[in-house]
Design a protein around this ligand. Structure first.
Ligand SMILES: [Zn+2]
Length: 313
């Protein structure tokens, strides 16, 4: 222990006087063995899953923490979808509603007003108008979902004129696909499409198949505005593996405060009945006024206002 040539330390001399058979090294290793033995005993006793006897007997086996232990039995998410699902907070399990405001793009003000709302109301923007792109960008910047509000041939065309970028039954598949691509380019950031008018075109399977091919390629969903009971839009979209949903309630066929509130009641009723329901409104001042007043409180009626993309399947 001491370096060669040094005099013995006082401690060494003390031990030597008591008993010559116990060298300091012997005492040290004896104490070390005792400490390790006690530690090993305590470790094996406290470990919930004891190691195999051979491992416990091995002199190399000492600290429990040094060997890989089985993970504690914590709950593992059962699927990616479950992990990805955002927490719904206190409204978990509530019926869900979504609201879309159609016919944007003729002016910027309504889109800017909706963009300022905290509630996740979506905006459907008509293509190729003076304020189409600016409306879409303003909505997206405000965190609101944007749809292309695709003009489609109505019964009564050409007496009724839905506006530029119109899909017609007389167009070929290739013409419809090219037109839809051009319309989408004027409404940047659109994540889905819904029909503007279209009581004739949405009842035509060939037209809806051509539309669905573009949606499938671009990963967009289709919201059927349901301007006719004869529509095949949702079914055709689903056959093309395009996510789709249908409007249940129009908020403002009668653009009056009491009538709009009655339609909001109907939206809540349909959501409780079916689990979810989508409403479409228009950028009338009275519609925007009622939504601004009523949407912050809609959670009290046992429904959760969600994004329209949450309700497409
Ligand atoms: Zn419309």
């Amino acid at each position: 222990m001491s370096r060669r040539g040094e005099p013995p330390s006082p401690r060494r001399r003390l031990l030597s006087r008591r008993g010559r058979r116990l060298s300091p090294a012997t005492v040290f290793f004896a104490l070390l063995s005792l400490v390790l033995g006690v530690a090993l005993y305590l470790e094996t006793r406290s470990a919930p899953t004891s190691p195999p006897p051979s491992a416990a007997a091995s002199p190399r086996f000492v600290p429990t923490r040094a060997r890989p232990t089985p993970s504690p039995p914590h709950r593992v998410p059962t699927s990616v979808a479950e992990r990805a699902r955002p927490p719904r907070g206190p409204a978990a399990g509530a019926a869900r509603v979504a609201i879309v405001i159609d016919d944007l793009g003729n002016e910027l003000a309504p889109a800017a007003r909706i963009a300022g709302w905290k509630e996740p109301v979506a905006g459907a923007v008509l293509p190729d108008l003076r304020w189409s792109a600016a409306s879409a960008e303003t909505l997206a910047r405000g965190g609101h979902e944007v749809l292309l509000h695709l003009p489609m041939e109505p019964e009564g065309y050409p007496r009724v004129r839905p506006g530029p970028g119109l899909v017609l039954r007389s167009q070929s598949d290739a013409e419809i696909e090219r037109l839809l691509e051009e319309d989408l380019a004027t409404v940047p950031g659109a994540i889905g499409v819904n029909n503007h008018m279209g009581s004739a075109a949405t009842a035509d399977p060939r037209v809806m198949k051509a539309v669905s091919r573009v949606l499938a390629r671009r990963g967009l969903f289709f919201l059927d505005s349901r301007t006719t009971d004869a529509t095949v839009a949702e079914r055709t979209a689903e056959e093309a593996s395009v996510r789709a949903a249908s409007r249940r309630v129009f908020l403002d066929d009668v653009a009056r405060e009491d009538a709009i509130r009655a339609q909001l009641d109907e939206l809540v009723r349909r959501a409780h009945q079916d689990g979810a329901a989508i409403a479409i409104g228009h950028p009338y001042p009275v519609t925007l006024f009622v939504l601004e007043k009523d949407l912050p409180e809609i959670g009290r009626r046992g429904v959760e206002l969600v994004r329209v993309s949450d309700l497409v399947r």
